[in-house]
Design a protein around this ligand. Structure first.
Ligand SMILES: C[S@@+](CC[C@H](N)C(=O)[O-])C[C@H]1O[C@@H](n2cnc3c(N)ncnc32)[C@H](O)[C@@H]1O
Ligand SMILES: Nc1nc2[nH]cc(C(=O)O)c2c(=O)[nH]1
Ligand code: SF4
Ligand SMILES: [Mg+2]
Length: 222
């Protein structure tokens, strides 16, 4: 991939926050990470823990974002939101972060096309279960684009959601495509119960709790 052009560095995005924390999700869990949280989301998952990113934010150029990220002296960067792919300039931002030497992951809902993303980026793609209220937004065409470098994630609110996720994984042969994460909706599905279902069914998935909430509760900017 060529270096990001100067023209792209002038492109701007709406940004809710840029902060330094411990990665709480995905297989990168535990790594010190800089988070770039982009503003806006076309979905409304009923259990969303980041509603403050739906609007507002400040307009920053890609050059500004790179400079702020550099200030944290941290190789690992996670671009999230809101829904980061809802802003077209997310794609040049991701390439610019890679060009600057960062190890970049993207947290995205399964609702928007993940084609066109710089292949150096690890894509963490949520598939929205019925309990989110946004199942109809899932873009199943994305599945064919995933590689072993990416991850698929199911955030589950109930046994019905769990059964739906297991069926999707089996019918679409997802276990063979990339690592799969199963996580409970915080405060809604008992984590111990979800862990037991996964063991009972011998599922080859990674059980996950949001580590940052264990460390800092639901604090903003963590
Ligand atoms: C806030 S979203 C932003 C990225 C993108 N919009 C998405 O949904 O993947 C980041 C991650 O937080 C998860 N999440 C949001 N609210 C949650 C909750 N109450 N409990 C567990 N995970 C949650 C989402 O499912 C997603 O995997
Ligand atoms: N510490 C921490 N880790 C995270 N991993 C994904 C997050 C997100 O909101 O997308 C997140 C977050 O909000 N905080
Ligand atoms: S897609 Fe992500 S940011 Fe948007 S409402 Fe759902 S969990 Fe929240
Ligand atoms: Mg979060």
């Amino acid at each position: 991939m060529s270096a990001t052009s100067d023209a792209h560095l002038q492109n701007s995005l709406r940004v809710t926050e840029i902060f330094h924390s411990i990665q709480g999700e995905s297989s990168r869990v535990g790594l010190p990470t800089v988070f770039v949280r982009l503003t806006g989301c076309p979905l409304r998952c009923v259990w969303c823990d980041t509603e403050y990113a739906f609007s507002g934010g400040e307009s920053l150029s890609i050059a500004d974002i790179l400079q702020r990220v550099a200030g944290f002296d941290c190789k690992t960067v996670c671009v999230t939101g809101g829904e980061p792919l809802a802003q077209k300039n997310c794609l040049p931002l991701l390439s610019a972060l890679c060009d600057a030497g960062h190890s970049v992951s993207l947290e995205t809902s399964g609702a928007l096309d993940i084609g066109g993303i710089d292949p150096r980026v690890a894509r963490i793609v949520d598939l929205k279960a019925p309990g989110s209220g946004e199942e109809a937004k899932n873009c199943w065409e994305n599945i064919g684009l995933l590689t072993a470098h990416d991850e698929l994630k199911f955030v589950l609110a109930s046994r019905e959601d769990y059964d739906w996720a297991v069926s999707a994984c089996r019918q679409r042969r997802l276990f063979e495509r990339c690592p799969i994460l199963f996580s409970p909706v915080q405060g809604q599905l008992d984590p111990t119960q979800l862990a037991q279902w996964i063991l009972d069914d011998r599922l080859p998935v990674r059980f996950q709790l949001q580590l940052h909430k264990l460390l800092w509760d639901n604090a903003k900017g963590r």
